[in-house]
Design a protein around this ligand. Structure first.
Ligand code: ADP
Ligand code: MG
Length: 240
């Protein structure tokens, strides 16, 4: 689903990604860990071309995203992304947030988009909020709406960038539960998170980044019990 090879990204003279290579197979759940500033967001954003890379290659679902001939909107339609900030449209109701892109991008009828939107709201547990504005929801509810909105596009791949980092502690669980449900259904997921319980439980593979590079990669079992690199051990000692 994702094939990244020697990806390099600069911001000015600062190297934010330093020859990053990894693969994600269909249905796989990969959790990316690493200290603040290690390049996790830049990597995720590069996967759907919110950042353009300076060298290397990223192929998403068979499409080379840096090929000038590639229609990047096509790639973005297949890739859902959920951010730390929920980015809902504040002046649209919850259900309208879910139907807009379905109608405009997927060319679905209003009726079809509404049905799909309501089904997804039920799935994330907030069907009763369909007609309210996002500002009336808690952070956890807003993030569940944001996930549902992504899912409405039938993405082949979901990217999550610290989806629970802006939430009050008591709301983290409800968002992680939705993500675990998605994982069980077989969604291909790349998740940047500091939730180690989620990483242990859900990840097929953990990638640890530091200073723009992948330092260590392995199963959660390997990563949490017998990491090889000093930087990984240091990181774990600081957060566990
Ligand atoms: P992480 O998500 O792991 O915290 P980021 O990918 O956000 O790290 O950032 C990696 C590095 O790149 C940081 O040092 C950050 O300051 C820098 N960076 C990120 N985005 C930009 C930008 N748009 N312009 C300049 N520097 C940036
Ligand atoms: Mg980040």
């Amino acid at each position: 689903m994702i094939e990244a090879r020697d990806v390099v990204k600069y911001f000015g003279r600062f190297k934010a990604l330093d020859r990053v290579s990894f693969d994600v197979r269909e249905g796989e759940k990969v959790v990316i860990l690493g200290p603040s500033g290690s390049g996790k967001s830049t990597l995720l954003r590069s996967i759907n071309q919110l950042e353009t890379i300076d060298a290397g290659r990223i192929v998403v679902n068979g499409i080379d995203i840096n090929d000038p001939a590639t229609d990047i909107t096509r790639v973005r339609e297949e890739v859902g992304m959920v951010f730390q900030s929920f980015n809902l449209f504040p002046h649209k109701t919850v259900l309208e947030n879910l139907t807009l892109a379905q109608v405009v991008v997927r060319k679905r009828s209003r009726q079809e988009a509404r049905e799909k939107g309501l089904e997804l709201l039920r799935k994330v547990g907030i069907a009763e909020k369909a007609d309210v504005f996002p500002g009336r929801l808690s952070g956890g509810q807003q993030q569940r709406v944001a996930i549902a909105r992504s899912l409405a596009m039938d993405p082949k791949l979901m990217l999550f960038d610290e989806p629970t980092s802006a939430l009050d502690p008591e709301m983290i669980g409800e968002v992680l539960d939705v993500m675990k449900g998605l994982a069980r259904e077989g969604m291909t997921m790349v998740v940047v998170t500091h939730e180690m319980g989620f990483a242990r439980e859900v990840a097929d593979r953990v990638i640890f980044m530091d200073h723009g590079a992948i330092v260590e990669e392995g199963t959660p079992e390997h990563f949490f019990t017998s990491p090889t690199h000093e930087r990984t051990k240091l990181f774990l000692s600081q957060i566990l």
